[in-house]
Structure formats: C-alpha cells, structure tokens
Design a protein around this ligand. Structure first.
Ligand code: ZN
Length: 192
C-alpha cells in the first residue's frame, strides 16, 4: 500500500476534526502495514493545547503497543507539523514522517524551520512531503472560507437586528423623545 492510500485515512480523520468545528487535520501511525494509532486535531473541544492530530495519533499508538517509543513506524499527517509535534515525533522515534500540505505560518519541516535537520537530534526521521497536498489544503481552505462566512453572517446579523429593533420600536422611541422634549423643553416658571 502506498503513501496515498494511508494519507486518505488521515484525511478522513481530518473530516472528524471539522465536524467538531476544529481546523481539519488528521494523522495516523502505521506499523507493518497496519494502523496502530489515529488522531485528529481537537485542542478546543478537548480543552488541551497539545491535542494536535499528530500527538493524538502518537498517544493512541503508544497505548496500543504499550511502548513510549514507536521504532519502525510511519506517521501520516495531512499538514506539515508544528514545533511541538515535530519534537514529539523525534521523542517517539518515528522512522518516517509523511505529510500533505505545507503550513507556511507554523510548519517546521520546511516552512519556518528545518527542525529535522538539526545537528543536536539523536534520532533521524525520514521525510516525505506533499502527499495528497492539494486535497488537504482544499479541505483547510474550505473550512476557513466557511468560518469567515459564518462570522460575516453573525456580524451582519447584529447590524440587521439593530435596525429591526429601531423599526419595530419607532413608535415608542418617538413617544419617549416627545416626553423628553415636553419635560426639558418647557422653561420652569420660576426662571422666566
Ligand atoms: Zn502540532
């Protein structure tokens, strides 16, 4: 089975992140052509900043095999890992990292940094990038587009409901204004 086959599995996990309104990123850990761990991005719903897809997948794989290290395994993730996940990949002794789309803002494989080439690392990870990258980035941009639309609708909704309030309450607003004019518009008798 090739990289694209496994990346499809990671992409379907990204959909599960999206269904929880999380940024759609999915990951799996494969050992001997078998999925031993899977995860999807869930920091908001889990109230856990470390709940990135890679960390979730590594945790589930470690639990499954009963080892804090995963020698000989491959990690598939739909998006270029961040610094936290890159560190965890080395700690877990993952043999090969296969990722999809690049993450220009926080990716540390090639975008912001080349973490895995650091000389101080005592474990080397083999890297394959760009597997089903288009599919992964389409999913991400679709998600952000949808979120922007939702935000705009909410903002327009607020302005809309303000005008609705004015129109619906114009009579009582005019009445209140009339009362104010009556109250303060009159000059008190002792000042005249
Ligand atoms: Zn991460």
């Amino acid at each position: 089975m090739d990289h694209e086959y496994w990346m499809e599995q990671a992409l379907s996990l990204a959909d599960r992140a999206e269904s929880k309104s999380e940024i759609p990123v999915g990951a799996i850990v494969v050992l001997d052509n078998e999925i031993i761990g899977q995860g999807y991005n869930a920091p908001i719903s889990n109230v856990d900043p470390t709940a990135h897809a890679e960390i979730q997948a590594i945790r589930s794989a470690c639990n499954r095999v009963g080892n804090y290290r995963l020698p000989g395994s491959r990690l598939y993730v739909t998006l270029e890992p961040c610094s936290m996940c890159a560190g965890a990949i080395v700690h877990a002794r993952i043999a090969q990292l296969i990722y999809g789309a690049v993450e220009p803002k926080s990716g540390v494989v090639c975008s912001q940094h080349q973490f895995f080439s650091e000389a101080f690392l005592n474990h080397k990870v083999d890297i394959v990038g760009g597997v089903l990258a288009e599919k992964a980035s389409e999913k991400l941009s679709g998600f952000f587009q949808y979120r922007r639309k939702q935000k705009n609708a909410q903002e327009n909704g607020l302005i809309g409901s303000f005008f609705d309030f004015i129109i619906n309450n114009i009579d009582s607003l005019l009445a209140s204004l009339h009362c104010l004019v009556l109250k303060y518009g009159q000059i008190p008798p002792n000042y005249s």
